[in-house]
Ligand binder design. Sequence first.
Ligand SMILES: [Zn+2]
Length: 143
Amino acid sequence: MPLRSSRAEILSVAADLLARIDARRPSGRGDDQLLVRARQLSADHLDGVAQPESVSWSSRQRSRWGSCTTIDGTIRLSDRLRDVPDFVLDYVLLHELAHLVIPHHGADFDRLLIGYPLAERAEGFLRGLDHAAAFGTPSRPAD
Ligand SMILES: [Zn+2]
């Protein structure tokens, strides 16, 4: 960007860049895209052993982030997760994928998920979301 660029020129270039970034983001979080994502996560982190048949959003899960039905490979995600960062969504998806293989929590279950490097950060993010839901968004200190 030339130093002499006007404010309008700079804003126009910035808007163009943002639009291009947006276009490249795997933005879709529709049910079909969730299923593609879940299958990819299974391949990347679970050696493909988890085979989901469908993934969908649910507005009826207020106290859980996700759930699954092993018998038909169905995963449901709370729509409270619609706007969380990808690594958090992936963490919850992986957890449910692991349940398709091992229904209950325990050492075997934990071993399945050991390969996901951002688990602890995602867990912290979810606790923060819960906290904000329970106590409201903390107000910013005065400037
Ligand atoms: Zn679980």
